[in-house]
Structures are given as structure tokens and as C-alpha cells.
Design a protein around this ligand. Structure first.
Ligand SMILES: Nc1ncnc2c1ncn2[C@@H]1O[C@H](COP(=O)(O)OP(=O)(O)OP(=O)(O)O)[C@@H](O)[C@H]1O
Ligand SMILES: [Mg+2]
Length: 775
């Protein structure tokens, strides 16, 4: 490193380092970091080279990077490992008589050579402790108090490194997607991911009875009377049809649409955290956890068998599993999934959850341009430039989920709008067809047909499904679907009429006709089956675009099986002609493949928008006039105001994975009246609110979200308890931890990072769709 090189390139370095600071240093410390960088630039005795390696007074300090040193001088160290060369760097800063405002890292506890700072820190500590003693306390049991907030932010880089090191331990990441329509899995090896992240494999499924192959198999399961799994997917459907014909349904459990049953149970406010009973297609009760466990077990075994058959040398311990869940699923559903996975043999540390629309966008974001079917490829490429905002429409069988992303400067994804959508996926088209059939032949006849001629019923619906998938927009051809003779016979027996004369007497005259075992549907009528689903999707996208944060969205990416429908694509393209609307080549697999990529690098979704305000219930010293009298109470001879909502993360705030908020929570047990509480656990109560600035946890729109229970070590609290609560954003959850400042004991609880409007948001569209109910 020479002076000349350094001087000649300094401006360029500054640009690069400013950018690096932007990426690696949390926003609240960026200003300070940039000012420190400018200060260093003016110091003749420190230089750094192109790799950032620092040289002080002509001596190279090896393994250093100037940005790391700046970070460790401005961002609280917390539990981070110290950067190489930090000691020399601090000595140097000290020797320059650096103004303290540029050098504000109060956690330089290791640096005894900085007496001034240490003293300041100690003073501050004493002041803080005094304040705690005089004014702060938390109350056990039903209230919690505290003051003063500190923010400790781990850099994304640090969190990312930690998380990457965790996931790097396994050879394979496999993802499972339980769809309302179809289920499947995909996987990739770590080396594959490193070479090409989108190189993800998934098996093809086809019925034993023959027929087309699909990347997902129907979400159907057949269990015998001992509740052992007998068949899954197409085969379960086929075997159940035969069972129906033989009228032996009572000896079996047949489950379809189990995913939405789980969600329905939550909407009905059942406590599903442990388990609940779902019903099979004939109303027989069965443990929901057993069903999901068997489904996971089946797919897991399928993958392991494949590895074994091919002699790949990978065993169960080499695989990290990711399960995709709808973004509207709450904590209880996720916990339920986690437990089911554990019971299926996937240990908690080998398992993670990802939201479906986020997984879809992770995949689509990484696709090269030629993987898109779009009209203007150059514009499509532009879509993924940093700063670009785009909407992902995941149109599945049950639901259409809409999420909005922005590509961050470092290429990560930021979720900028809450996930929305509703239960109007591809199944709604089939449902419209069923409604027409019901109008023609009547519900009881259709029910009898389904019960007595299960195989024919299945074949009729499968044929409709095929026609739906191959329907060409603007086709003038009549759609020809199967209309089994066995159905005709039932009609003749039950209503003493023929289907032909029923049609002639109905509003469908001229639009539908039948001949032998075929039904012919005019294209105009066939198209109407798609109307409601298309209209609702367009309406929902429009409402997202109306949000100020989404005004400059430039593209819509359509993924999920139903996005392959030309009709849906056309509706979206026509409604949003000013935007790029495109569909990845294998859009139906986006969720699965994205989930695998997410499993390899969970930090690819770097930030999310808080849909709720998160905070902790505190008590603060009572101020007459400022606080309502109803909140006043006395504890240890002090007057307190209870139920204060201390906001940690605000609704609509952008939060990053790894962001932490800390709130001091202390307690006292000084007076004789308070002694009886010394053995009780401390309770730190976490609240959410749909308002940005709730004042009290009892305000309208607030709801208790989680509680951290902390037992006194040794069975009894000391007279004064010092500690703090940390709320940490962790992927799809938040983690609340109480840290005892004296003993350093940490008590954590995981709870949901609510990704979308749920339950108490007014005007929310509840998703009550249950494919099984319509079957
Ligand atoms: N080419 C196509 N045209 C029309 N619809 C299609 C096409 N391909 C697939 N579909 C529909 O897409 C749906 C299945 O999509 P997908 O596999 O993404 O759903 P899922 O994941 O099971 O459901 P969800 O995500 O709602 O739980 C089915 O309704 C299917 O009929
Ligand atoms: Mg899906």
C-alpha cells in the first residue's frame, strides 16, 4: 500500500465505503459511521487499501477491514465477536483526541486504555441504576412495569452470518408444500444451491392407474380403520372411489383439503395448538395432528426412499426441512405444524416455516430473464433492479395470495405490504361448474351419484379439471366434458326425466347439450366459471396498488398453478396494462422451489412490514393530570400507572430479521406487603395493536399476544430485580426474551410475527373456503 495509490483512489474508496456502510450498519448508526469515516479520511497516519485492510503509522494491521472497525466503534457490540485489530484502532483513535460524539460505542468494556469513555460509561451505569432504583419497577403477576428503552440492533450481516452458519450444517434442504389442491416436495443439495440456487429438483407424481404426471399430487389421504396411512394423492383418490362403489366407506378415513380445515378451526377459535379433531369426508373424527404427521411422514419417506434407491448416501440427519404455510396462518397453526413435524421425526432444529407468497417471490426473484413468459424481456429484466417494487400473485387451488416486494440495494427482498387475497383460487372455477350441475340435476342426485359411483364422479371432475387447464382464451370451440352414463341413470331413476329435457327446460338451453357420455358447454358459459375468481383477484391487486407505499409498483408476477390459466392471466394483463405482468415458466412450482432456496438462505427475505404495533405492558411512575386515575396504584410505597403500552415496533414500520428492541424491566419487593409476591413468576406481557400509537394496553384494538413467564431462580426474587425484555424479529416469528441483568439468565418465548390482517382488523376478508366441504 503506498501513499500515492491511496490518495489517487481515495474518492472512489469513499464511495465504495459509504455504500458498504449503508449495507452493513443499521440505519440509526449510519450517520455516525459516515462522520467517523470522514474524520478518518482526514487523519494522515491511517490508511486502508482496496481490500479495506488498515495501516496505522505505516504498520499494516492484518486481517482488518475498515468498515468492520467503523462498525465496532459506532454500533453497540452486544454479543458480537470483536473485529481483528480493534484494540490498535482504538489506541489510534485515542491518540488523535477524537471527539467523543464520533466515537459513541458505550460497550467498549474490553478497552481499558480508554479511561475517559469508561468513566463516562460507569457514570451512566450508576445513573441508570439509580433511576431504576428510584423510578422503575415491574410488578409480578398481572402487571409489568419498567422504563427506558434501549435499542440494540445486530447488523443484518451478523445475523445472516449466524443463520448461514446454522443452515450450512446440512447437505440437503427439502421443502414440503401442502396445498389445498395438491401437495408435493422439492429439494436441493447445498453444493447445487451454491452453484445455481434455482437448480431445485422435485418428483413427478402420476396415478398408479396411469395418466398424466404432475409435480404435485392431490392433497388426499386414505387411512384404514387403525388410522394407518394406506394411500396418498392420486392413489388415495382412486382407491377411495372403489371403496365408495363397494359401499365400504365406514371402514376407512378419507381426508381431502386438510390444510384449509386447519385454518377453519382457527377461525372458529378452536385451540389447535396441541391438537384438535378434524373430520374425514364422511364426518368421522380423527386427530388433526395425526393426519398432518402422517402426511409429513409420507413425503419424508418418499424422499429418503429415492435417495436410498439411487444410493446417494444421504440420510435423514443430512436434511433440513422447510414447510410452506399460507401467510394468513397464525402462530397456533405454525406451532401445530412444528409439533406435527416433530412427531413425524423431524427435529425442531431441522425444521423451519416459510410463508408461501414469500417463498414464491424468493424463487421468481432469482430467475433469469429467459425463464419468464413475457412480451418485453428487457423490461422484465429491469424488474429486478434494486429499488424495484413488484407484486406477487400466488394463485393456488384454494386461495389467491397477494404480496408486495421491493428489491433492496443488496439484492435482498423487502416485504412492503401486508399479504392479502382470499379464497377464490382455481377450485372456485370447479365449484361454479358443480353449481351448474346442481342447478340442472339437483343436489340430492349429485350427492347420490358421488356416493354410489365414486369412480365416475372422480373421473368427471378430473376431466373438467383437464378442460379447465387446457382452455384456450378466445376459443370458439365448445368445451366437451365427461358426463357419465351412470349419472344419467340416476337422474332417470330419481327425477323420472332425461338430462336433455332438463336442459331444454332450463336457462342453460342453447348453452349446454349432452350426447352419450359427453356434455358440451358453449365457450361463453365456460368462461363465466372464471369470472368471480378473476374479478376478485383484479379488485384485490387494485386495492394494493392504491396504497401509497405501492404506488410505484412496476410489475406483477403471477405464480401458483392457477396463474397458468390463460383466462386469469388475461384478466390481470387487461386490468393492469401499464404494468409488466409475467409468469415464470414453472410458476406452479415457485412456492416449493422458493422454499428450498429460503431453507438454504433464510435471510433472503430481509425485512417485513409490521402489520401491527408490538409492545410490552409496563407500569411507569404515576403523573397526576397526565395519567388517568383509573390506572393509579401503589407498590412499595410508590405511585404507579399501570397498563402503559410501551411501543417496540410500530404498525407499518419496516423491520429486519435480527432487529431487536430492548426495554428495561425491573422489580422491587421492599415493603412487607410485597413480600408475598417474591416467589411468584415475573410476567412480561407482549401486546399488539392495530393502531400505530396505543397509549394503554387496554385501549381499543389492543390484544395480548404472548407472555414470558420467568420463575425466580432459587425459588425467591431478591429485593431488587434488574433486567430487560428483548423483542427480536426472527424470520416468520418474533422471540421475546427476559434477561435477568444480575444472573444473565434468559427466558424466551416464541410468538407470531403477524404477517397479514387477521381476526380483529375491520373489513377483513375471512378465508372460509374449504375444498372438502364442496366435494
Ligand atoms: N393451466 C392451468 N389452467 C387453469 N388452472 C390451472 C392450470 N394449472 C393448474 N391450475 C389450477 O391451479 C390450482 C392448483 O394450483 P397450486 O398447486 O398452486 O394450488 P395449491 O398450492 O394446492 O393451493 P393453495 O396454494 O391455494 O393451497 C388448481 O385449482 C388447478 O386446477
Ligand atoms: Mg399453493
Amino acid at each position: 500500500m503506498t501513499n500515492t495509490i491511496f490518495l489517487m483512489t481515495r474518492n472512489r474508496y469513499m464511495m465504495i465505503y459509504n455504500r458498504l456502510i449503508n449495507i452493513t450498519i443499521p440505519s440509526r448508526y449510519k450517520d455516525k459511521a459516515c462522520r467517523l469515516l470522514l474524520y478518518l479520511q482526514k487523519q494522515p497516519s491511517i490508511k486502508w487499501d482496496e481490500q479495506g485492510e488498515v495501516c496505522i503509522d505505516g504498520k499494516v494491521i492484518s486481517n482488518t477491514h475498515i468498515v468492520d472497525l467503523i462498525r465496532d466503534s459506532t454500533v453497540p457490540i452486544g454479543r458480537r465477536k470483536l473485529t481483528a485489530g480493534i484494540h490498535q484502532f482504538y489506541q489510534f483513535l485515542k491518540s488523535t483526541n477524537i471527539p467523543l460524539c464520533l466515537f459513541g460505542n458505550v460497550e467498549k468494556k474490553y478497552d481499558s486504555s480508554l479511561p475517559l469513555i469508561k468513566k463516562r460509561k460507569q457514570k451512566k451505569k450508576i445513573r441508570r441504576k439509580k433511576k431504576q432504583m428510584n423510578t422503575v419497577k415491574i410488578v409480578t403477576m398481572n402487571t409489568s412495569n419498567g422504563i427506558k428503552r434501549q435499542k440494540k440492533t445486530e447488523t443484518n450481516l451478523e445475523t445472516q452470518k449466524k443463520m448461514m452458519s446454522k443452515v450450512k450444517t446440512r447437505l440437503v434442504v427439502a421443502a414440503i408444500d401442502f396445498g389445498s389442491h395438491g401437495s408435493g416436495y422439492a429439494f436441493s443439495f447445498r453444493h447445487q444451491f451454491e452453484a445455481n440456487p434455482i437448480d431445485v429438483s422435485s418428483p413427478m407424481w402420476s396415478p398408479e392407474s396411469g395418466g398424466d404426471s404432475f409435480y404435485k399430487t392431490p392433497s388426499a389421504m386414505l387411512l384404514d380403520s387403525n388410522k394407518s396411512l394406506v394411500a396418498f394423492g392420486h392413489d388415495a383418490e382412486d382407491r377411495y372411489s372403489i371403496i365408495c362403489e363397494e359401499n365400504e366407506q365406514n371402514a376407512w378415513y378419507y381426508l381431502k383439503g386438510f390444510k384449509m380445515k386447519l385454518y377453519r378451526a382457527v377461525l372458529e377459535e378452536k385451540d389447535i395448538r396441541k391438537d384438535f379433531e378434524m373430520t374425514d369426508i364422511n364426518g368421522k373424527a380423527i386427530s388433526a395432528k395425526l393426519v398432518i404427521k402422517l402426511a409429513i411422514q409420507y413425503l419424508r419417506k418418499h424422499l429418503l426412499d429415492q435417495f436410498e434407491e439411487r444410493n446417494i448416501g444421504v440420510d435423514a440427519n443430512d436434511i433440513d426441512w422447510v414447510i410452506t404455510v399460507p401467510a394468513i396462518w397464525n402462530d397456533a397453526c405454525k406451532q401445530f405444524m412444528r409439533d406435527a413435524a416433530e412427531e413425524a421425526g423431524i427435529h425442531g432444529d431441522m425444521f423451519s416455516i416459510v410463508f408461501e407468497p414469500e417463498a414464491a417471490s424468493v424463487y421468481a426473484r432469482l430467475l433469469p430473464v429467459e425463464k419468464f413468459i413475457g412480451e418485453n424481456k428487457s423490461t422484465i429484466l429491469k424488474t429486478f433492479d434494486p429499488g424495484t417494487k413488484f407484486i406477487v400473485v400466488d394463485a393456488g387451488g384454494g386461495t389467491v395470495d397477494i404480496s408486495t416486494q421491493e428489491v433492496a440495494p443488496n439484492g435482498e427482498l423487502k416485504i412492503i405490504h401486508k399479504v392479502c387475497g382470499g379464497s377464490w383460487g382455481g377450485e372456485m372455477v370447479n365449484e361454479k361448474y358443480r353449481i351448474v350441475l346442481t342447478k340442472l340435476v339437483g343436489g340430492p342426485v349429485l350427492k347420490q351419484f358421488k356416493k354410489e359411483q365414486g369412480a365416475d364422479y372422480n373421473e368427471m371432475m378430473r376431466d373438467f379439471e383437464r378442460k379447465k387447464k387446457t382452455y384456450k382464451l378466445n376459443s370458439q370451440e365448445t368445451v366437451n366434458t365427461r358426463f357419465p352414463v351412470s349419472l344419467k341413470d340416476i337422474i332417470a331413476d330419481s327425477v323420472d326425466s332425461s338430462i336433455e329435457s332438463i336442459i331444454n327446460d332450463s336457462t342453460f338451453k342453447g348453452k349446454i347439450s349432452t350426447k352419450r357420455d359427453k356434455m358440451f358447454i358453449k365457450p361463453d358459459l365456460f368462461l363465466t366459471f372464471f369470472n368471480e375468481s378473476c374479478n376478485l383477484t383484479v379488485e384485490e391487486i387494485r386495492s394494493v396498488l392504491n396504497h401509497p407505499r405501492c404506488e410505484d409498483v412496476s410489475a406483477i408476477m403471477m405464480v401458483g398453478g392457477f396463474s397458468e390459466s390463460e383466462v386469469l392471466q388475461d384478466a390481470v394483463k387487461k386490468a393492469f396494462s401499464e404494468l409488466d405482468v409475467f409468469v415464470p415458466v414453472d410458476g406452479g412450482l415457485s412456492v416449493l422451489k422458493g422454499a428450498v432456496i429460503y431453507g438454504h438462505n433464510p435471510n433472503i427475505v430481509a425485512s417485513r412490514v409490521c402489520n401491527y404495533t408490538y409492545g410490552v405492558s409496563l407500569s411507569v411512575p404515576f403523573k397526576t393530570g397526565a395519567h388517568p386515575e383509573s390506572k393509579r396504584y401503589t407498590w412499595d410505597n410508590e405511585e404507579w400507572c399501570r397498563h402503559v403500552f410501551h411501543v417496540c415496533f410500530k404498525a407499518d414500520q419496516d423491520v429486519k430479521v435480527g432487529d431487536i428492541e430492548q426495554i428495561e424491566l425491573n422489580d422491587t419487593f421492599v415493603t412487607s406487603a410485597s413480600q408475598c409476591r417474591r416467589t411468584h413468576p415475573l410476567r412480561a406481557e407482549i401486546y399488539i395493536s392495530d393502531k400505530p400509537d396505543p397509549k394503554f394496553v387496554t385501549d381499543e384494538g389492543c390484544q395480548k399476544h404472548a407472555v414470558i413467564h420467568v420463575k425466580p431462580s432459587g425459588g425467591q426474587w431478591p429485593e431488587q430485580v434488574f433486567g430487560w425484555v428483548e423483542l427480536k424479529v426472527a424470520r416468520t416469528e418474533m422471540i421475546g426474551t427476559y434477561v435477568n441483568a444480575t444472573t444473565k439468565e434468559r427466558t424466551s418465548t416464541k410468538f407470531e410475527f403477524l404477517p397479514s390482517g387477521y381476526k380483529f382488523t375491520k373489513g377483513e376478508k375471512k378465508r372460509l373456503f374449504d375444498p372438502a366441504a364442496s366435494e
